[in-house]
Write a protein that binds this ligand. Structure first.
Ligand code: AGP
Length: 633
């Protein structure tokens, strides 16, 4: 929710251009308005408006700003409509103090009333605007810029990652953090950056610090000092180095980050497979000794948890209860057992509902928190007893793709480590599962490569192809065909229900289509009434234990005139024969590979959603109303 970027330098560089590039790399966090302010010769220069960054840049020339200090913001509106007046930066009455902010100041109404009674004049409907006015108020009482920020922040309840600059202070930017993420990048002796996420300054430096909760940092060119907001004392911090490559955060020739990240999955998953054994073991041991285990997450991470808990429970022999993070406390308020183990999944590590769930579980039941995230140093890691980083690399597309498969793979690896420790499976079987798991990246690679060629070939003769005659169709064409229909289902049984649900979420998210992922068995109890002649149903059909019964479900929907599209393995005969269209996943039809089919089958549905979005003239990287990281309740 909102991206902030700041830069202070002693170099001769185009400050506006760098600030613009910085927020462009954060646009996945929100894109309904944006703005940049720079400080030059005792004045603040601002350009801001409602709309997407490129359009505003074209109109206002955001990259053309003077000075050695700039703050930039890209917004996902919470308080106040996405208008020019509500876009950041926000200012005090004298327009000498500028603030860009990500988060929510929960007590802003009360603060605003107090400030208005003291004569402050507000221009926007945002919660953010109280910050510069509070700072101004403390400066009026004789405090310097830094002291005034300390005092102002002490009045604010809620969450913030904010950067502040001052027309009269050409030597510093002040940044503060509580709950909302903030990282600081350093080019020693030259330039210092702050941002909501590392990719924003990755082309300039890998050396960074993660600002902690209730911390304030004073940025100077190539230097930074950290303070505890509550005690105002200096804090020592060591810098970290991120090993992400710059290319990983760029589109690299692809039209969209979503497509790039779908195609990055084989490489990302190879990295995930190299997660150290010790990390997997500490998770496995905590789970083996646990009496009660819950798994919690939001959105795509929640669907990854549905697939992953299936694999872990199989080897652990204990049921793992999944609960959406936003429901966690409500559902367990009277019954969370002491010493429960909670697995929390979050690609960003910043989803507020997930963080609240684990914080509450820790405080109220001394739960052990095992978290899986893609972002080193993210908030979730601070509330966890053990953390595994999934190693998918930066994910910029709002729709999670490679981080989903990396999460399921990580959970599968934990499952296999449990199997090894518990000796539940024969060592031969464990070897076969491991072999199958190691083959996952290659299966996906083969599928994606084959698919591109297939799409190219089919595209040429597409106009001549009649829908009914198509037995095999590339995902791009399929997306086109399905766009002519209003609704359809993704149906599955067993572990593949997670795939159906995640496929449905991708379609809703990027193609704005109400496509429901559902249990094929349960669909008979109501949803089947939607089926009529030509109604498309996509069955996810790996040949696992549920296959025979799924055949029955396919027959039921076919008998009612449904258009059957199936995702099957290469050697499939039965369900593919019953289908109007098949998509074949190049994986062997054995129980070892079947267990990991949530990872190998999902890229087909990711591509389908991607092409359906393009066909509907939607931007898959910037879905309507969404932001990648949801840091509000
Ligand atoms: C996924 O495509 C969505 N952008 C969304 O559902 C996301 O998975 C959810 O907000 C959870 O995010 P997290 O994994 O960063 O916690």
């Amino acid at each position: 929710m909102c991206g902030i970027f700041g830069i202070i330098t002693n170099q001769d560089i185009e400050i506006g251009k760098l600030a613009l590039e910085g927020i462009k790399r954060l646009e996945y966090r929100g894109y309904d308005s944006c703005g940049i302010v720079s400080q030059h010769e005792g004045k603040l220069h601002v350009k801001k408006d409602a709309g997407k960054i490129n359009a505003i840049n074209k109109k206002l020339g955001l990259d053309d700003l003077p000075g050695k200090i700039a703050l930039a913001h890209t917004r996902w509106a919470t308080h106040g409509a996405p208008t020019k007046i509500n876009s950041h930066p926000h200012f005090d009455c004298s327009e000498k103090i500028a603030v860009v902010h990500n988060g929510i100041i929960e007590n802003f109404l009360e603060l605003k009333e107090r400030l208005i009674s003291k004569g402050h004049v507000f221009k926007s409907d945002t919660d953010t605007e109280v910050i510069p006015h509070l700072i101004e108020e403390y400066e009026k009482r004789g405090l310097n810029f830094q002291e005034a920020v300390f005092e102002a922040l002490r009045q604010c309840e809620g969450g913030y990652g904010a950067a502040i600059c001052h027309a009269d202070c050409p030597d510093k930017i002040i940044v503060v953090r509580k709950e909302s993420p903030l990282v600081i990048g350093i080019e020693d002796g030259k330039t210092t950056y702050c941002a909501s996420d590392i990719p924003a300054f990755l082309p300039h430096t890998r050396k960074h610090y993660v600002l902690g909760d209730d911390e304030l940092a004073v940025l100077r060119p190539g230097e930074v000092d950290f303070y505890d907001i509550k005690t105002k004392t200096l804090i020592e911090k060591s810098p970290k180095t991120i090993d992400w490559s710059v290319d990983a955060a760029e589109k690299g020739g692809y039209d969209h980050f979503m497509l790039k990240e779908i195609f990055e999955q084989p490489q990302a998953l190879k990295r995930t497979l190299s997660i150290p054994l010790e990390s997997l073991r500490s998770f496995a041991e905590s789970l083996i000794t646990a009496k009660t285990i819950y798994i919690t997450a939001a959105g795509t991470s929640f669907y990854a948890s549905l697939a992953g808990k299936f694999i872990i429970s199989k080897f652990l022999g204990i049921h793992i209860q999944e609960i959406e993070c936003s429901e966690f406390q409500t559902q367990l308020s009277d019954c969370l057992e002491k010493n429960s183990v909670i697995i929390a999944l979050s690609q960003s590590g910043e989803t507020i509902d997930t963080i609240e769930a684990i914080r509450w579980a820790k405080e109220s039941a001394d739960a052990t928190i095992l978290s899986i995230t893609n972002v080193v140093g993210s908030s979730i890691t601070r509330y966890s007893d053990h953390t595994i980083i999934t190693r998918a690399g930066p994910e910029i597309g709002v729709a999670a793709t490679k981080t989903y498969t990396a999460q399921v793979l990580t959970l599968a690896m934990i499952g296999l480590e449990i199997a090894r420790i518990k000796n539940l499976e024969s060592s031969e079987d464990i070897k076969s599962y491991k072999k199958a798991l190691n083959e996952v990246p290659n299966i996906i690679e083969k599928f994606l490569n084959h698919n591109i060629e297939h799409i190219k070939k089919i595209m040429k003769g597409l106009e001549k192809i009649k829908f009914k005659k198509i037995k095999k169709l590339g995902n791009k064409d399929l997306g086109k065909k399905l766009n002519n229909k209003h609704n359809f289902f993704f149906l599955a049984r067993g572990i593949s229900i997670a795939t159906a649900k995640e496929g449905g979420l991708k379609m809703k998210e990027v193609a704005c289509r109400f496509i429901e992922g559902y249990s094929a068995a349960h669909a008979k109890h109501g949803p089947i009434s939607l089926v009529r002649g030509g109604f498309p149903i996509i069955f996810i059909a790996p040949p696992d234990d549920t296959y025979t019964r799924l055949i029955g479900n396919v027959a039921e929907f076919k008998a009612r005139g449904g258009k059957i599209i199936s995702l099957v393995v290469e050697s499939d005969e039965t369900i593919s024969e019953m289908s109007d269209i098949t998509i074949r996943i190049p994986q062997p039809a054995d129980r070892f590979h079947n267990l990991f089919s949530p990872i190998t089958f999902i890229p087909a549905l990711q591509l389908l959603a991607y092409y359906a979005a393009l066909d509907a003239h939607l931007d898959p990287d910037q879905p309507r109303n969404l932001a990648k990281t949801v840091t509000v309740h």
